[in-house]
Design a protein around this ligand. Structure first.
Ligand code: OOG
Ligand code: MG
Length: 263
């Protein structure tokens, strides 16, 4: 890892404490308007290292963000981003999500990829991604930006590990070759009422395309995806807020469903 500057270390402390205390904070670029995207990714890596050291967590996968137009427009940005998933972020369908410990969570529907091979390189294609993928599954991601009112710039959200908080993966795993991944319809309902609809085509045209994009970005850092990792390919619709007593289910054509309940 590159040597962190004092400024970067200060931002890592700031974001780590905000997550630990479930407290929203003023966005980083308010104080450091010149922070670059490169610095933001360095801060992200440092923040995850800090989580590992202090709470003993480890990386179990990668998540993509802002891969759909709906999400880019919602957040006012026009680029995709990536962050990391740690083992303590994995939540289970049958265990309620506890609101305490979260700031202002939202939930969004995604397709999860489980890799059975390492994937690294600057020329990775959709075919390479599909070949390395053992299964895909329906997923819900709970995002919880540490920033006030869930408002941020691209640089802020990257530093904040792309708002990562929790993720839930459905129990039905399907071979990526058994379905048309480019066109999976999705309906997400809250408390029995439809809240969002979408299609996997919204995710950079094909969710595996989003993963190929991430692999190329990681390759620029000499990194890649690993056999056994879970990759969330990015939200297929806007995220929705939830609170105590709410239940959310996302149903995907050919993939089954995944649900969560908040306590
Ligand atoms: C950033 C994270 C975006 C996705 O799937 O698009 C993301 C945010 O919206 O707070 O996870
Ligand atoms: Mg997401």
């Amino acid at each position: 890892m590159t040597q962190l500057t004092t400024k970067e270390k200060g931002i890592i402390d700031y974001l780590f404490e905000a997550e630990k205390d479930a407290r929203e904070v003023v966005k980083v670029t308010d104080e450091f308007p010149d922070l670059t995207i490169e610095e933001a990714y360095e801060i992200q890596v440092g923040l995850l290292a800090r989580r590992s050291e202090e709470i003993g967590t480890r990386q179990v996968g990668v998540k993509l963000g802002l891969t759909s137009k709906a999400k880019q427009e919602m957040m006012g940005v026009n680029e995709a981003i990536y962050g990391y998933l740690h083992n303590d972020m994995l939540a289970l369908e049958w265990e309620p999500i506890q609101l305490s410990g979260l700031i202002h969570p939202k939930v969004e529907p995604e397709i999860a990829f489980l890799l059975a091979e390492d994937l690294q390189g600057e020329n990775i294609t959709v075919e390479d991604v599909l070949k390395a993928t053992k299964y895909v599954a329906p997923a819900l991601e709970v995002i919880d930006s540490r920033f006030k009112d869930f408002r941020f710039t691209l640089v802020d959200v990257v530093a904040d590990n792309c708002s990562s908080s929790k993720f839930i993966v459905g129990s039905k795993w399907v071979s990526p070759h058994a379905i048309d991944l480019a066109n999976i319809g999705m309906v997400m309902s809250k408390n029995g009422e439809v809240a969002q609809t979408g299609s996997s085509a919204a995710v950079l045209g094909h969710p595996a395309e989003a993963i190929a994009w991430a692999v190329k970005q990681l390759a620029l850092q000499g990194k890649g995806l690993k056999n056994g990792e879970i990759v969330l390919s990015g939200a297929m619709s806007e995220a929705i807020a939830f609170g105590p007593g709410d239940s959310v289910i996302a149903e995907f054509d050919g993939l089954g469903s995944v649900s969560m309940y908040c306590k």
